[in-house]
Write a protein that binds this ligand. Structure first.
Ligand code: HEC
Length: 118
């Protein structure tokens, strides 16, 4: 059952052909460095805080829009990610160095970085 589904998925992805190869680490880093939330105010908050780590390879932070880096984290649930943003989590500093972010701002910033922005 499951193997069949994976096969169908692989075939569907394969159908996209050579135009959509997996991104290299350099491409993932370049995309993270250039990415910004669509909303101007959020983009400002992001540039002043999160991007300093989540837009830089080597900071140890999951890079913005790096699906592979975010999928496992997203699976923890939005509330856990919000708690970890507010209280800190290993190398992630409490508050993410954003001193004017509300909980809703954090939620939107997390969604953006995790590629779950609608
Ligand atoms: C000083 C660097 C730094 C800044 C600034 C920063 N982060 Fe992080 N963040 C990290 C690191 C490092 C991790 C990885 C921690 C780990 O998994 O060990 C992380 C992880 C996360 C996670 C995943 C937590 C989890 O449970 O997996 C979220 C969500 C997050 N950051 C949100 C934010 C948001 C939102 C901002 C901006 C308001 C921000 N971060 C700013 C360094 C930073």
């Amino acid at each position: 059952m499951r193997a069949g589904f994976v096969l169908v998925l692989a075939l569907a992805l394969g159908a996209c052909g050579p135009k959509s190869p997996a991104l290299t680490p350099e491409q993932i880093a370049a995309r993270a460095a250039a990415a910004a939330p669509a909303d101007a105010r959020l983009a400002g908050l992001y540039a002043g805080a999160c991007r300093n780590c989540h837009g830089q390879p080597g900071a140890g932070a999951p890079l913005a829009l790096d699906q592979a880096a975010w999928d496992g984290r997203w699976a923890k649930g939005e509330q856990t990610l919000l708690d970890h943003t507010i209280s800190g989590f290993n190398g992630m500093p409490a508050g993410g160095q954003c001193f004017s972010c509300s909980a809703d701002d954090y939620r939107a910033l997390i969604r953006f970085m995790a590629g779950r922005e609608e």
